[in-house]
Design a protein around this ligand. Structure first.
Ligand SMILES: Cc1cc2nc3c(=O)[nH]c(=O)nc-3n(C[C@H](O)[C@H](O)[C@H](O)COP(=O)(O)OP(=O)(O)OC[C@H]3O[C@@H](n4cnc5c(N)ncnc54)[C@H](O)[C@@H]3O)c2cc1C
Length: 428
């Protein structure tokens, strides 16, 4: 077995938890994060020079403080490389990283790897979602967390899922409450799921905190309401919505859309705990179960690596019951917020990179394979390689777009100059 460090890719809660657990067990760790600071989606830190910390519930602040304290306590065993992007694994099994700070690619031959690259957002497409002024709620949240500046109002939040009230509360706390939050689901039709949710104390108290902020700022939260179309309207947007059987029109400056999250798997090496160099997934990138579960899952992945390295001495536990509780919570949430799929209008853009529309998707043979959809329909062939449109196509056609198999590097664009300055692993 190789002697290098354990590589952990992703500096969110799962990666931080995995790195701390491994380092506490005495192993050298290389923690890679593409951003300039650790934190991940939920604990994203303000950009350099900005002091604006976006409001987060106290439980999350405490969790992140505990994780960073553990990383600091084990700092002599953890090399943290920020502004470094995992590019993939080359034909010789070397893990390649784009060091964007120094403009060069470097290689490492780890003895094991944990990939904790989080989740990607999904949306349900409607005519006009690709217009300027429409962005994903997650994208808007990143901007808010990094700069402290909310998008220009009036703002409308629409789609489905818990990020909508969370972001609405953060916008309100930042002085720019949305005019309304539209949730497509109708939770009251799933009383058993609601009863199940009520038993999950921590996330429900978090939801209550968001609800209190929305109430204090008079932000309505309307269920069973969906956007059907968006059109340009001067410097803003004319948004058509359907609430039950009625149609309404709202005029806003920004529309923030979101329909849940999915594990970020595009191009990610397939997990193989039994390989010579074991590769494991952790956190939302393995199973989108939320921030608390990501911490548990990072520890689970680290425990599995330690067991694989024969480290029976490590005092570790894998909280499978905690993960199962998170799984049950997400299943109840999905049931409570379930809504029937809406067939998009023919002109609806599906693949933004290649400008392919729903009519183009439907023009393909009904039994077109996922590969035919990609190669003949030109869906998922653009810059995002299906990372964003793939889940939409899977939902509309009932078949996922195939990822390149085996995953090919580079996962992200990298400059030829950086590749030409590749620094090999000195331990090779
Ligand atoms: C857009 C979005 C917004 C969210 N907002 C909230 C919220 O407000 N409240 C809440 O409770 N939960 C929120 N969640 C869910 C919550 O963030 C996650 O459950 C939790 O952060 C998962 O932790 P993780 O470590 O698995 O992934 P993440 O926290 O996503 O961390 C993954 C890390 O990997 C890094 N990374 C990705 N690809 C690479 C690469 N190729 N090379 C190097 N680094 C890479 C990313 O920069 C990131 O720091 C949100 C999720 C998303 C996707």
């Amino acid at each position: 077995m190789r002697e290098g460090p354990i590589v952990v890719v992703g500096g969110g809660p799962a990666g931080a938890s995995a790195a701390a657990t491994l380092a506490e067990a005495g192993l050298p760790v290389l923690l890679i994060e593409q951003r300039d600071q650790l934190g991940g989606a939920i604990h994203r830190q303000p950009a350099a020079g900005s002091e604006n910390h976006v409001w987060r519930p106290a439980r999350h602040r405490r969790n992140w403080a505990a994780l960073t304290a553990r990383l600091q306590a084990a700092a002599d065993r953890i090399e943290i490389r920020t502004q470094s992007v995992f590019l993939g694994v080359d034909g010789e099994g070397r893990f390649l990283f784009d060091d964007r700070r120094n403009g060069r690619v470097f290689a490492r031959c780890p003895r094991a790897a944990i990939i904790a690259v989080g989740a990607v957002e999904t949306i349900r497409p409607f005519p006009g979602w690709e217009l300027p002024g429409v962005m994903t709620a997650g994208g808007a949240q990143v901007l808010l967390k990094e700069t402290g500046r909310p998008p220009e109002g009036p703002i409308l939040l629409a789609g489905s899922g818990p990020l909508l009230p969370a972001l609405a509360a953060q916008l309100a706390k930042a002085g720019s409450p949305p005019v309304v939050v539209l949730e497509r689901g109708w939770p009251w039709s799933a009383p058993a799921a609601l009863a199940g949710l009520a038993l999950s104390w921590a996330p429900m108290s978090e939801a209550a905190a968001y609800a209190a902020v929305l109430a204090a700022n008079r932000v309505p939260y309307r269920c069973g309401a969906a956007v059907t179309q968006v059109e340009p309207d001067g410097t803003g947007l004319k948004v058509s919505i359907r609430v039950g059987e009625t149609q309404e029109v709202l005029h806003v400056r920004h529309l923030l859309i979101h329909d849940g999250i999915e594990p970020n798997r595009t191009g990610i090496p397939l997990p193989d705990p039994d390989a010579d160099v074991p590769v494991l997934l952790a956190g939302d990138g393995r199973e989108a179960l939320g921030a608390d579960a990501a911490i548990l899952d990072g520890c689970r992945a680290a425990t599995q690596v330690l067991a694989r390295l024969g480290r029976a001495d490590a005092r570790l536990s894998s909280d499978e019951r905690g993960l199962q509780r998170a799984r049950d919570f997400q299943a109840n949430l999905a049931r409570a917020l379930h809504s029937e799929p809406i067939v998009p209008a023919p002109e609806t853009v599906i693949c933004r990179c290649e400008g392919r529309r729903y009519a183009d998707l439907m023009a393909l043979a009904e039994d077109a394979s996922a590969r035919e959809i990609r190669l003949m329909g030109r869906f998922g062939l653009g810059a995002c390689q299906g990372r964003f449109c793939g889940p939409m196509i899977a939902a509309l056609r009932g078949a996922p777009l195939p990822a390149a198999s085996p995953p090919r590097w580079p996962l992200r664009p990298v400059s030829v100059a950086a590749l030409a300055r590749l620094t090999p692993d000195e331990t090779e």
